[in-house]
Design a protein around this ligand. Structure first.
Ligand code: TUI
Length: 330
């Protein structure tokens, strides 16, 4: 699996670490991020990844075998640390020598200890400065600093507040996540000191993504305030699109229902939305930027367009937006 790093981002630390032409990582979207999506993103110049989530190990192994037939580029595996199958996911990452692993929703010590010695690049997704510092000490190669604009399981800080504070607290490269779906988001992330971006929601609406068409339609139809966060009281808040299911979660909040009522209501709901297309009773996880996603295009086109827009904006900013310091003082 040869890295193909060339062109504009040759000197970028994230592009080098990933062995990809663009410093872009695809989000580890549970049930959504399969081999088909991961291969499309990797073939398009970013780092595609398969989400292990709480997939049964035999299914995950099928995805890992499948991706080898779809791309010869580097790819990744996202390991969800709250999952009961986390040890199986680590063992499969070892068996298939997955080049890059991102982790989410917990402390990645075990993943770093098991996979770093075999040369795996480990990039934990974090939502606070303390966690970023801790994983740097444990040997992480970079961090994804994920703001609460992101879809799925989230922390408390916004991308705008989190990213610069993490950048100032660690020496490893920081990849910004949460609310990034076009070139403006990339420039904003880089202005905050990030050296790469993670993009999730935008890729739900790419040609190669195999989610149910009604899930894609729900993201396309989403507006700025179509999102909500369920389950805050459980300690595992999840951002998704408002629907019948989220109204039922609101009812649980209002009636101060016991925590196991949340667990019962949430069980199997993500799969129901992604696989069966039940976008009313399922959990339609998506970020706040869903309102900006208005078309379905190939992953490679999305990536190319995002970075060419970013480059145009950065050039325009250098050219005219900011007065030179000498002019500004007068
Ligand atoms: O993990 C995510 N997003 C996810 S995981 C997921 S799977 C799921 N399925 C059904 C119900 C609930 C979840 C869907 N979306 N993002 C990365 C992320 N990690 N965001 C926040 C965190 C995080 C939060 C607390 C990481 C660490 C942490 O605490 C660790 C510590 O030790 O302080």
């Amino acid at each position: 699996m040869k890295p193909d790093i060339h062109g504009t981002y040759e000197k970028n630390r994230v592009a080098r670490l990933l062995g990809r032409p663009y410093p872009l990582v695809q989000g580890g979207m549970a049930w959504v991020a399969n081999a088909a999506l991961a291969a499309a993103v990797s073939n398009g110049g970013g780092l595609g990844l398969i989400a292990a989530s709480n997939m049964p190990p035999d299914l995950l192994e099928k995805e890992l075998l499948s991706i080898r037939t779809l791309t010869d580029k580097p790819y990744g595996l996202n390991i969800m640390l709250m999952s009961p199958t986390v040890d199986d996911a680590i063992a499969l990452a070892e068996k298939y020598r997955v080049p890059i692993v991102t982790t989410g929703a917990g402390s990645p010590g075990k993943v770093i200890d098991r996979l770093k010695p075999m040369g795996t690049v480990v990039i934990p997704v974090i939502a606070s400065v303390a966690h970023a510092r801790r994983v740097e000490k444990q040997g992480a190669d970079a961090v994804v600093a994920e703001g609460m604009e992101a879809g799925g399981h989230i922390g408390e800080l916004t991308t705008m507040a989190l990213v610069p504070q993490v950048v100032d607290s660690v020496n490893i490269p920081v990849i910004a996540a949460g609310g990034i779906a076009d070139g403006r988001g990339i420039v904003a992330a880089f202005a905050l000191g990030a050296e790469g971006v993670q993009v999730g929601t935008r890729f739900i609406c790419c040609t190669e993504c195999t989610v149910h068409p009604d899930y894609k339609r729900a993201v396309l139809d989403a507006r700025d305030r179509s999102n909500t966060v369920t389950g805050r009281v459980t300690g595992h808040p999840v951002r998704c699109l408002k629907n019948k299911l989220t109204a039922q979660f609101d009812e649980l909040d209002k009636t101060h229902a016991p925590l196991d009522a949340y667990e019962r209501l949430g069980a199997g709901r993500l799969r129901a939305a992604v696989v069966d297309g039940d976008v009313e009773n399922g959990s339609v996880m998506a970020g706040q930027i869903a309102g900006l996603v208005n078309d379905i295009r190939d992953a490679a086109d999305i990536i190319r367009e995002m970075f060419s827009q970013a480059e145009r904006i950065a050039a325009a900013m250098a050219e005219r937006s900011f007065p030179r310091p000498s002019a500004a003082v007068k």
